[in-house]
Write a protein that binds this ligand. Structure first.
Ligand SMILES: *Cc1c(COP(=O)(O)O)cnc(C)c1O
Length: 350
């Protein structure tokens, strides 16, 4: 993770926010946050005030911003714990200002072309005017403005240009309303790695911390290794059906080993037949369907004893599958692989 933050640093002089939503992309929010701050991240980001408070409880003192807020915003808790909140609609801002202490720090989240969160362009004036009146009435203060890039994974500055223009326009509008010069942030990992025009004052990095460049252009360092011990090994003859529906049938006499990981632990059930794990420096294919808590490996002539460690994915390269391999085998993106690792999998901090 330290190497990933360093790599990000080579691309931007802007402040780095470590986004640790979804339990730090499956790696443990406080663990990722501490490593990222130690490596130079100046801010943290999450999607609820409760998650941010947990980071404060874990001893993290840097500024934290929250957005999305599925359970609403506890304005008193946010203000007391020095947690900045982003609001993306006139209604949300109105409700917040009714309870906001004067010290509550607010970022206006504007839609920069995604039509997901963020205040639509047509209502920016209303949003900014409401924020200005709130500030006059000692109900919070506007300190930032944020957007989000819809197409940064294409690694094409032209695809980002409309969002960058929108972001500048929003910053100008906030300034023009007399709210000072807002801390402005737009880019996530891909924008940061591929397009300096998107950087503004701060970049928000999630995927990049755990080794994913969503644009697939920069090689980042895998931040985790998933291993499991073989729990059962058997010799089987040619023609043996394996697992549910006998979806795999052995072509020759072979050995099969069971790993105690299944779709409940985040092994995608939608795997191509190429999926494999690494044991003692060699790759072995999965045989048959992924069960809820087991997968079967065809190890050929090798009768690996129970207790032998298999690596599902890891950062090493060579025979060890990477999270990108699993994403390809499952027809998905690496994010869903790392965030899908279930709670039964024990996390050990190296
Ligand atoms: C998740 C998220 C990020 C981080 O995106 P990555 O591509 O994982 O770096 C940044 N900003 C917002 C608003 C997000 O929701």
């Amino acid at each position: 993770m330290t190497a990933n933050v360093a790599k990000i640093r080579t691309r931007t002089g802007s402040t780095i926010m470590a986004v640790v939503k979804a339990d730090g992309y499956g790696h443990g929010a406080a663990t990722v946050a501490k490593a990222a701050v130690a490596a130079g991240a100046g801010w943290l980001g999450t999607t609820s005030v409760a998650e941010a408070s947990a980071l404060r409880d874990a001893g993290l003192a840097v500024p934290i911003l929250t957005w999305l807020h599925p359970s609403g915003i506890d304005a008193e808790e946010a203000a007391a714990a020095r947690i900045d909140v982003a609001v993306g609609s006139v209604d949300e801002l109105g409700a917040l200002l009714a309870r906001a202490p004067s010290i509550l720090r607010i970022h206006l989240h504007v839609d920069t072309g995604m039509s997901r969160g963020g205040c639509p362009r047509a209502r920016w004036d209303e949003l900014i005017d409401l924020a200005r009146r709130g500030q006059q009435a000692q109900r919070g203060r506007v300190v930032g403005v944020m957007g989000h890039l819809p197409s940064a994974d294409r690694a094409d500055p032209e695809a980002n240009a409309p969002a960058v223009a929108r972001m500048r326009e929003a910053r100008r509008a906030v300034r023009a309303a007399g709210l000072g010069s807002p801390f402005t942030h737009l880019a996530a990992t891909s924008g940061t790695l591929n397009d300096t025009a998107t950087h503004f004052d701060m970049v928000r990095i999630g995927a990049g911390l755990v080794g994913i460049d969503p644009s697939g252009i920069m090689a980042m360092h895998g931040a985790s290794r998933l291993t499991a011990p073989i729990v059962h090994t058997a010799a089987v003859p040619a023609g043996a059906p394996v697992g549910y529906d006998g979806a795999y049938v052995t072509e020759r006499a072979t050995h099969l080993s069971v790993l105690p990981l299944g779709y409940a632990d985040g092994i995608p059930r939608e795997l191509s037949p190429q999926a494999c794990v690494e044991i003692h420096g060699r790759r072995y294919q999965l045989a048959g369907r992924v069960s809820m808590d087991q997968i079967v490996i065809d190890t050929g002539a090798e009768p690996f004893p129970a207790g032998t460690s298999a690596t599902v994915f890891g950062p090493d390269g060579g025979a060890t599958p990477a999270i990108w391999d699993w994403a390809r085998w499952a027809g998905t993106i690496p994010h869903t692989i790392v965030t899908g690792i279930g709670p039964r999998v024990k996390r050990i901090i190296a």
